[in-house]
Design a protein around this ligand. Structure first.
Ligand code: PLP
Length: 385
């Protein structure tokens, strides 16, 4: 097994479960292990914990508890929102609009719909990763039944103008789904202010456990279920609820309500320190995305002349992600960076830092030194042109 790097800077991939969340979950594995669908006392204790969590989660996004459907995570939430709405409203039209920089958990369901006779429009983005609301308005046709645009991008942290897009969708009477997986718990999210009908979230991106998420479904919006069975979650998502995980998700949301502002301030200060340090110590550093309009903990930079994968492998004490994805045959540069117009050489040279609640300023200083050392070494190995 490879040694574990000491500094975790990959908080967009997943976050450490907050110890306070783990503590809250424990009793639901042991004493309070009941099935929330059972009528006896064990079941009822589990049910009341589930409903308390539902209230807290709803509160974090200004929804009502009845509008929260538990799922296994944002992948499932996105699938349920997109495929469920498409199947339910198919008789009204067969067109969906999304963006080119969505997570694959949105792009692939849209591609699946295309195989089933739907038409999908993938909107382009500008160099900051932002979609143009006017372009979106022009893409909507009488056949459009759903728009799905992410709230915050997982690679460059771009925060999309969802409230504006929501107003357009409302005016044109088209449903709006947003994948808010990277945003919830990091920046304020309010389903009313954003005008969204469907919103996906995931516990493990906000210091909760893996394998549990939710879909906000606005009152009155109906979805064809993907999973049929016991009719749980108002018939929209059958399956016994993972009570400990749901409780942990609720606790994670409670902590975000209390600590989000402080976390965001700390993450922003750490990001600035990291970015300033890298630019001061290393030449030819390009920022990918907007200088300020991004998630507080996101920094995505390219080091010209350095292969991101090689850099990643060379970093012994810090864990980060590169902007390339290994497919079976080759290493492809990030489609998000490509859509933003970043040249392939720079996309291949990109690194994503994801700063989170458990990072410290001291770690930023160590990270700057280590990245600078490895970048210098890799650049020195390059043949002179
Ligand atoms: C924007 C976005 N959507 C969806 C997902 C999938 O989330 P989950 O792991 O909960 O299925 C991720 C996780 O990487 C993400 O960043």
């Amino acid at each position: 097994m490879t040694a574990r790097p000491a500094i975790y800077l990959d908080n967009h991939a997943t976050t450490r479960t907050d110890p306070r969340v783990v503590e809250a979950m424990l009793a639901y594995f042991t004493e309070d292990f009941g099935n929330a669908a059972s009528v006896h006392g064990f079941g009822q204790r589990a049910l009341s914990a589930v409903e308390a969590a539902r209230e807290t989660i709803a509160g974090l996004v200004s929804a009502t508890a009845k509008e929260i459907i538990f799922t296994s995570g944002a992948t499932e939430s996105n699938n349920l929102a997109i495929k469920g709405a498409a199947a339910m409203y198919r008789r009204h039209g067969n067109h969906v609009v999304t963006s080119a920089i969505e997570h694959r958990a949105v792009l692939d369901p849209c591609r699946r719909l295309e195989q089933q006779g739907f038409r999908a429009t993938y909107l382009p983005v500008d160099r900051f990763g932002l979609i143009d609301p006017d372009e979106l308005a022009n893409a909507i046709t009488p056949q459009t039944i759903l728009v799905s645009v992410m709230l915050a991008n997982n690679e460059v942290g771009a925060i999309e103008p969802i409230a504006e897009i929501g107003a357009i969708c409302r005016r044109k009477k088209v449903l709006l789904h947003t994948d808010a997986t990277q945003a919830v718990g990091k920046i304020p999210v309010d389903v009313e202010a954003l005008n969204v009908d469907l919103l996906s979230l995931s516990a493990h991106k906000m210091y909760g456990p893996k394998g549990v998420g939710a879909l906000y479904v606005r009152r009155g919006v109906r979805l064809e279920p993907i999973l049929d069975g016991g009719g749980h979650e108002r018939g929209m998502r059958s399956g016994t609820l993972p009570v400990p995980s749901v409780v942990g998700f609720g606790k994670a949301c409670e902590l975000c309500v209390m600590e989000m502002e402080r976390d965001a301030e700390r993450c922003l200060a750490m990001r600035r320190c990291l970015h300033d340090g890298l630019t001061a110590k290393i030449g030819d550093v390009t920022l990918n995305g907007h200088p300020e309009g991004r998630l507080p903990g996101n920094l995505n930079v390219s080091f010209a002349g350095v292969n991101g994968e090689a850099l990643l492998m060379g970093l012994k004490t810090i864990a980060v992600s590169s902007g390339s994805a290994c497919t079976s045959a080759s290493v492809e540069p990030s489609y998000v960076l490509r859509a933003m117009g970043v040249p392939d050489e720079l996309a291949h040279a990109s690194i994503r830092f994801g700063i989170g609640r458990f990072n410290t300023m001291e770690e930023m200083t160590i990270a700057v030194d280590e990245v600078a050392r490895v970048v210098r070494r890799l650049r020195a190995m390059q043949p002179a042109l």
